[in-house]
Design a protein around this ligand. Structure first.
Ligand code: 9D3
Length: 260
């Protein structure tokens, strides 16, 4: 409980952005327990000129401004620990798309240094010299790297040992077996005309487990057939999917076709 699992330094022009997010999230417990140290760094504090300038016009012209390399380089150098495994990440639309596998990989580091860009991004040389990897959170346009950084931090910190309670353990994550989750129901047994599926009231644990597995497979088949390619599937799973495939002609061009 008292051991520090990870230090995260966030380099940003808007440090106050993170105050409200981390004050109200589930990560508050991890921070309060001292398992995670979250440190926000104002890049402007590392601009040493009179007006503390952090951006400049792009060479070659064009709209917008580019973040100058010197303050960023100084900020990274100032926070990097000499001990342990350190990863310097630049949140960038040009990065590899973040996923659960990347979250697991990053959870093994002792320190993450996360650079949030603004304007048209940062000078390429600071990426070349100081950044280990660039990460995007998906193919949509945001106004800066702060929200992506918060998303990444949430996904990584919840994987650290002891951050989640045992009920919410990371081993039970959807995505850890590569399938979407089955639908959940609670009381009342009938809501606005829709009953809870009979099998869930049966008390028959074997039949419930089979039903849930099949609903996971059905949902993944219908909504995210791309996930089936990498999921680990039993013979029974494959038989069930084959049955679904026979029923849905419209889906018959999906990637799973190659596997059965
Ligand atoms: C609209 C400006 N764009 C080209 C003319 C380039 C651009 C610069 C900066 C687009 C977005 C951003 C700010 N986004 C991020 O810093 C960012 C991001 C994102 O926008 N989407 C998904 N993941 C990420 S990670 C960082």
């Amino acid at each position: 409980m008292r051991v520090i699992r990870m230090r995260i330094d966030i380099l940003t022009l808007f440090p106050q952005f993170f105050d409200s997010i981390f004050a109200t999230s589930i990560l508050q417990r991890a921070i309060a327990n001292g398992q995670v140290v979250l440190n926000t760094v104002d890049i402007r504090d590392f601009a040493y000129d009179k007006h503390r300038v952090v951006d400049d016009y792009p060479y070659g012209g064009g709209a917008g401004m580019v973040m100058k390399p010197e303050p960023i380089a100084r900020a990274i150098t100032a926070v990097k620990q000499s001990q342990g495994k350190v990863r310097v990440i630049y949140m960038s639309p040009q990065g590899q798309v973040f996923n659960q596998g990347k979250a697991l990989e990053l959870a093994a580091f002792d320190q993450l240094v996360i650079l949030c860009g603004h304007y048209e991004g940062v000078d390429e040389r600071v990426i070349q010299l100081y950044v280990d990897e660039e990460i995007s959170i998906g193919d949509f346009v945001l106004t800066g790297g702060e929200l992506p950084a918060a998303v990444l931090i949430d996904a990584v910190v919840r994987l650290l040992p002891g951050v989640l309670g045992s009920a919410e353990s990371a081993a039970q994550d959807s995505f850890s077996d590569g399938l979407l989750e089955y639908p959940q129901y609670t009381r009342p047994p009938e809501f606005e005309g829709i009953p809870v599926p009979e099998v869930l009231l049966s008390g028959h644990h074997g039949r419930i487990a089979t039903w849930r597995r099949q609903e996971s497979l059905r949902r993944t088949w219908e909504r995210r057939p791309d996930l089936l390619v990498r999921a680990s599937l039993s013979t029974a799973d494959q038989a069930f999917l084959k049955q679904l495939q026979g029923r849905t002609d419209s889906n018959s061009c999906c990637q799973f076709d190659d596997r059965v």
